[in-house]
Design a protein around this ligand. Structure first.
Ligand code: SF4
Length: 371
């Protein structure tokens, strides 16, 4: 049974140059109608106790206070959250008034989209915030006592140097957030970055330089008290993201909003992506599900492998057998042995996990489980 819920807010005040998420510029968008449609979708789900809710985007903090409160009242009246209620926020939009609202309705974790502390790089990324906004947002968080926040960063940015990474580490050591997400920039098709790189106007690190930065970040964050627990995530021990671990453990969750997907009753479902079509479908049919896919046992096991291997703890061999009625070795013994031989996988205390070297070539390891 799903115990987690993702809610998507597809609006942004500015479109970043690298972004391929499902988002639109908020200007002239039917935001009130979208919030109403979301609430309608929420009402399709029986009121219940959930372990986690994550409101992401887009940018949830792009909503006005009135829109945010309308959404929060509805969530609060229907769901009790026992563990983690997270909101994504952009530093320049996290005003004290919005933060007060989030706090009032039980939000207990903020995922702050910092990306980098370097103003020049922030401009290259097309972000709406600057260095000062980051510190203002964090002082608001501290003032209100919402200290469980994640600083979300990217590396492998065009023009980025090792000094930029060292600066970020210095700020982390001073600010002491509970959690850090630090992803490598992926150049996605149909983005401004993609076109600039294609035209030779910009370049990012080659694989070797990127790998060196990754290993450096991993090592330095561990020294600062943030051991890695997932390929791109680091935290103080008790502050691993409970919601994201739902995905990585291949547990079920509801997905609400335009372009969201959910996993309920062994079926993955996908909502309509364009905002207007989503609203229309909710208004006319009371559902915006575009496609539902019932996973075969083989597909469920494949997903379990490549999702769980993202976590440092890896795949729980006993849990796998209880869940699927087959031992891990009877299904994937050959692939596991092969990757162990290459030094990419290891077995310890009933878990199969990526080695440090394996984390550098994670995708090629995951592909081995898809045949
Ligand atoms: S704020 Fe986030 S969702 Fe919006 S454009 Fe930038 S990266 Fe994309």
């Amino acid at each position: 049974m799903a115990e987690s819920m993702y809610i998507h807010i597809p609006f942004c005040n500015r479109i970043c140059t690298y972004c391929d998420f499902n988002k639109v510029l908020i200007d002239n968008q039917p935001v009130d109608a979208y919030v109403d449609a979301l609430i309608k979708e929420m009402k399709q789900i029986e009121p219940m106790t959930l372990r986690t809710i994550f409101v992401g985007g887009g940018t949830p903090t792009a909503l006005s206070e009135a829109q945010l409160e309308k959404l929060l009242i509805e969530i609060d009246s229907r769901f009790t959250v026992t563990e983690e209620f997270s909101f994504e926020a952009n530093p320049d939009e996290l005003t004290m008034a919005k933060l007060d609202l989030l706090h009032k309705y039980g939000v207990n974790r903020i995922s702050l989209g910092v990306q980098t502390f370097n103003d020049e790089l922030l401009k290259v990324l097309g972000r709406s915030h600057n260095y000062d906004d980051i510190f203002r947002a964090i002082s608001h968080l501290e003032e209100i006592g919402l200290t469980n926040y994640s600083i979300d960063l990217m590396y492998n940015l065009p023009g980025e140097t090792m000094d930029d990474i060292k600066d970020s580490l210095k700020y982390i050591s001073e600010l002491k957030p509970k959690h850090i997400s630090w992803y490598s920039l992926i150049i996605e098709p149909h983005t401004v970055f993609y076109n600039r790189i294609r035209k030779g106007l910009m370049k990012v690190d080659d694989d070797e330089a990127e790998g060196e930065k990754y290993m450096y970040i991993m090592g330095e964050l561990a020294k600062l008290g943030y051991p890695q627990y997932e390929i791109s995530n680091y935290s103080e021990r008790e502050y691993e993201s409970a919601h994201n671990k739902t995905y990585w453990k291949n547990d079920e969750y509801f997905g609400l909003g335009a372009g969201s997907h959910g996993y309920v009753g062994g079926k993955r479902y996908y909502n309509i992506k364009p905002v207007n079509h989503y609203i229309q479908a909710m208004e006319e049919k009371g559902s915006a599900v575009k496609e539902t896919i019932e996973l075969t046992l083989k597909e469920q096991m494949e997903e379990e492998m490549f999702l769980s291997l993202r976590m440092n703890r890896g795949v729980d061999m006993r849990r796998f057998e209880e869940k699927y009625g087959r031992s891990l070795n009877s299904v994937y013994g050959d692939v596991i042995d092969d990757e162990k031989g290459k030094g990419n996988l290891m077995e310890k205390d009933g878990f199969i996990s990526l080695t440090k070297a394996g984390r550098l070539v994670g995708n090629s390891v995951f592909i081995g489980f898809l045949n």
